[in-house]
Design a protein around this ligand. Structure first.
Ligand code: PMP
Ligand code: GLN
Length: 378
């Protein structure tokens, strides 16, 4: 057939996880925990199944789940999301992102994204005839040059996509970043897609600056988040989308023909589990300990790093080890040293010369120690 995505091949996550399995390597590539979700949460799913939550959920999601999401967001960020009209449950953040883009992007529209960028934005935009306008994050610390953003905005700019905490760099937007963005978008019709799937994984007592905190952003923002990240259940593919009601009404028109609704028993379980704020508020400390353990295990290695400020990913620079490109080095590490990672150049067309790999530290302490041993010998 006449491919709609001629430049796209199988995602790096599939490629590296497959290679990890083939070589029996530790898999620190694709981002997922290698430990179990809470037994309480799992029990709630089986309870929901036995209670008969086995048919279609309401199209926008179970109201009790939307209620608690609105309550949680409004209490953390002083926002005013209405559960009936401004919250929709999705099959992971990926579906939310795809549906947002399908809802908003017409052929010829320009979409600003920051590189390196998570891999699903670009092909989704292209499928709907949009044009990507990439902006490179600064090399040293992955911050944004907002002046450049201003210069790249044109009358055709339909959307800006941001992601904080940021995959793959682990950097986070400051309040000042969000204020700059708010100023730039003021008096425009530009839509903001704010990917906040790592909203509860942010370290060193820094606060997550959700788009929900900034009135000039809220009015134009689709915010998406993922229970996969927050509750160690990436395989459930459960997430949600927040937006002002006019935008959400358009989103739901597409959502209803995309998936109609997402998994019903899990929605019940998540609604119950979210009633205990500690279940998500404890996550940053949990992952900060894992980050610190991983970094302490590799401190005597030849890798260099800036500690991740959020997410469960750590970038490691290997310039002191080899001149190889990152794809070749990631393959060699998997095959010869039995540890798989993600070469960052695949998110990032213009920075092939940067010698950086991404490692996922959502792993048991034992796995992190063993990974550290390997990396110290490389
Ligand atoms: N956005 C980012 C930045 C991610 O890292 C991920 C998951 N890796 C997603 C979206 C997709 O989330 P989900 O698994 O809920 O579809
Ligand atoms: N978000 C995960 C990561 O960044 C992977 C998700 C996927 O495999 N599509 O590693």
């Amino acid at each position: 057939i006449n491919s709609k995505l001629p430049e796209v091949s199988t995602t790096i996550f599939t490629v590296m996880s497959k290679m990890a399995n083939e070589y029996n390597a530790m898999n620190l590539s694709q981002g997922f925990p290698n430990f179990e979700a809470s037994p309480e949460l799992i029990n709630l799913v089986t309870y929901a199944m036995h209670k008969g939550y086995n048919q279609y959920a309401p199209m926008p999601g179970l109201l009790s789940l939307r209620d608690i999401i609105a309550e949680k967001t409004n209490s953390i960020h002083a926002s005013d999301y209405h559960p009936e009209t401004e919250v929709t449950i999705t099959s992971g953040a990926t579906q939310a992102i795809f549906t947002i883009i399908a809802t908003c992007i017409h052929p010829g529209d320009e979409v600003i994204i920051f590189k390196p960028a998570y891999d699903c934005y670009e092909p989704s935009v292209e499928l709907f005839g949009g044009t990507i306008v990439p902006i490179q994050l600064k090399t040293a610390d992955f911050t944004v040059n907002w002046k450049e953003v201003q210069e790249k905005i044109t009358p055709k700019t339909k959307m800006v996509i941001i992601n904080t905490p940021h995959n793959p760099s682990g950097s986070v937007f400051s309040k000042e970043d969000m204020l700059q963005l708010e100023t730039l978008l003021k008096d425009t019709d530009i839509i903001l897609l704010s990917d906040e799937v790592y909203e509860h994984i942010i370290f060193d007592n820094v606060e997550h600056q959700s788009a929900a905190r900034f009135p000039g952003l809220v009015e134009r923002a689709f915010i998406t988040a993922s229970f996969g990240k927050t509750f160690h259940t990436t395989g459930w593919k459960m997430g949600y989308c927040l937006a002002p009601k006019e935008l959400m009404a358009e989103f739901r028109k597409v959502h209803q023909f995309n998936v109609f609704c997402s998994n019903h028993p899990m929605q019940y379980a998540l609604a119950e589990y979210l009633k205990t704020p500690e279940n998500y508020l404890s996550l940053s400390n949990f992952y900060q300990e894992k980050r610190d353990l991983f970094l302490s295990c590799i401190k005597d290695s030849r890798f260099t790093f800036t500690p991740a400020a959020g997410t469960y990913f750590q970038l490691l620079n290997y310039a002191e080890i080899t001149n190889e490109g990152d794809v070749a080095f990631a393959e060699r590490l998997t095959k010869e040293h039995n540890i798989a990672s993600i070469p960052v150049s695949v998110f990032n067309l213009n920075r092939q010369d940067n010698k950086v790999l991404r490692f996922c530290f959502a792993k048991t302490d034992d796995t992190l120690r063993r990974a550290g041993d390997i990396l110290c010998r490389v």
